[in-house]
Design a protein around this ligand. Structure first.
Ligand code: TLP
Length: 335
C-alpha cells in the first residue's frame, strides 16, 4: 500500500462521513434554502466567535473573497513571503482584486508587529495604499508553525493602529488550536475575517469557511456569486464538514504525534529535518526531486517543494504503520 504524504488534502471521506453526506437534508443554497449549509455556517460562526460564516469551495476562494472584500484595485496587501495567496493561488489577488502584494521575508513564516510596522510606507502620492494584512496560521511553507497568541494580538492591534484590515488564512487553524490548546474564537480575536479548510486535516472531501461580521459576510456572499461559487444542494458537502468538525478535530493530535515520530525517525537516518510543531515535516537534502522519485519506488509519496527540500504531511489516512514504512524508505535512501 502506498503511503501518501503529499498533503493532508488527499484524505478520503470515511464510511461514517459518507453516511452523513448521503442522509443530509438539502435545498438550494443560492436561495438560502439548504438547512445543512445553514447549520454548518452557524456552527462555524459560533466556533470562530464571529457574527457570520460563508461556506465556499476552497481555501483559495476564501482567501480571494477576503482580499476582494477588504481592498480596492491599486491597493497594497501585506503578507509573509511564503504565504499561500502569493505563492499558490495562480496570481488571483492581482487578477481578481487588482492589488499588489508586499512580501515580508522571515525564516519561519511567522510575522511580528515590528515586521508589519517596517513594511508600511508613509502616506505619499507615489505609494499604493496598504489596506490589508494577511496572516497564515499554521504556516504551510514556514514548517507548520503555530503563532503564539500574544503575537496574533500584537499583529491585529498594530494593523488596527495602522488602518489595515486583517485576514487570517487558517487553512490549518484547527491544527494550531489543537497544538496550542487555545480555542478557535480566541485565536481569531481581532481579525476582521478568517478562513479555515474542512478538506485538509479535518478529512472532508470539499469546502472551506470564511468568517467575519454579518455585514462583511453579506458582501462576501455576493463576491462568491460573482466568482461562480454559489452552490445549490451543497448540503451534501456541508454534512461532511459538520461531521468533520464534530469528529475529526481532537484527533489532529495523532497527526502531530506521527509527524514528530516521522521527523525523529528520518533524522535517525542522518537527514536534516525541521522539528514539526504540527503535521508538516520538511526534510533538507541535496537533490529533492531524485529523493522524491526514489521514495515513490518504496511506496512513499511526498513533494519536493524546492531543489533541496521535501515536504511530508501527516493526516487521517496515515497510521503508525505508514510512518514506520516511510522511515524505512528514508533508511533505504540513506544507504
Ligand atoms: N495548500 C495546499 C497546496 O495548495 C499547496 C497544500 O497541499 O498544502 N492556505 C493555505 C495555508 C494552504 O496550505 C492552502 C492549500 C490553501 C490556503 C488553499 O486551499 P485550497 O487547496 O482548498 O484552495
Amino acid at each position: 500500500m502506498v503511503v501518501d504524504l503529499r498533503s493532508d488534502t488527499v484524505t478520503k471521506p470515511t464510511a461514517a462521513m459518507r453516511h452523513a453526506m448521503a442522509h443530509a437534508e438539502v435545498g438550494d443554497d443560492v436561495f438560502g434554502d439548504d438547512p445543512t449549509v445553514n447549520a454548518l455556517e452557524a456552527k462555524a460562526a459560533e466556533l470562530a466567535g464571529k457574527e457570520a460564516a460563508l461556506f465556499v469551495t476552497s481555501g483559495t476562494m476564501a482567501n480571494q473573497i477576503a482580499i476582494r472584500l477588504h481592498t480596492q484595485p491599486g491597493d497594497e496587501i501585506l503578507m509573509e513571503a511564503k504565504a499561500h495567496p502569493y505563492n499558490y493561488e495562480a496570481g488571483a489577488a492581482a487578477a481578481i482584486s487588482g492589488v499588489q502584494t508586499r512580501l515580508i521575508v522571515t525564516e519561519d513564516g511567522l510575522l511580528t508587529a515590528e515586521h508589519v510596522r517596517s513594511a508600511i510606507r508613509p502616506e505619499n502620492v507615489h505609494f499604493a495604499p496598504a489596506t490589508l494584512l494577511c496572516v497564515e496560521d499554521t504556516t504551510n511553507r514556514g514548517g507548520g508553525g503555530v503563532y503564539p497568541k500574544a503575537r496574533l494580538a500584537a499583529l491585529t492591534a498594530t494593523a488596527a493602529e495602522l488602518g489595515l484590515k486583517t485576514h487570517l488564512d487558517g487553512a490549518r487553524v484547527f491544527n494550531a488550536v489543537v497544538a496550542s490548546g487555545i480555542a478557535l474564537h480566541r485565536r481569531l480575536e481581532g481579525f476582521d475575517t478568517a478562513c479555515f479548510c474542512l478538506s485538509k486535516g479535518l478529512g472532508a472531501p470539499v469546502g472551506s469557511l470564511l468568517v467575519g461580521s454579518a455585514a462583511d459576510m453579506a458582501r462576501a456572499r455576493r463576491i462568491r456569486k460573482m466568482m461562480g461559487g454559489g452552490m445549490r444542494q451543497a448540503g451534501i458537502l456541508a454534512a461532511a464538514g459538520l461531521y468533520a468538525l464534530e469528529h475529526h478535530v481532537h484527533r489532529l493530535a495523532d497527526d502531530h504525534r506521527r509527524a514528530r515520530m516521522l521527523a525523529e525517525g528520518i533524522e535517525g537516518h542522518g537527514f536534516t529535518v525541521r522539528a514539526p510543531e504540527t503535521n508538516i515535516v520538511y526534510v533538507s537534502l541535496p537533490n529533492a526531486a531524485a529523493a522524491q522519485e526514489a521514495l515513490a519506488e518504496h511506496g512513499v509519496r511526498c513533494i519536493a517543494v524546492a531543489a533541496d527540500s521535501l515536504r511530508l504531511v501527516t493526516h487521517l489516512d496515515v497510521d503508525d504503520g505508514g510512518i514506520a514504512r516511510t522511515i524505512d524508505a528514508f533508511g533505504a535512501l540513506a544507504r
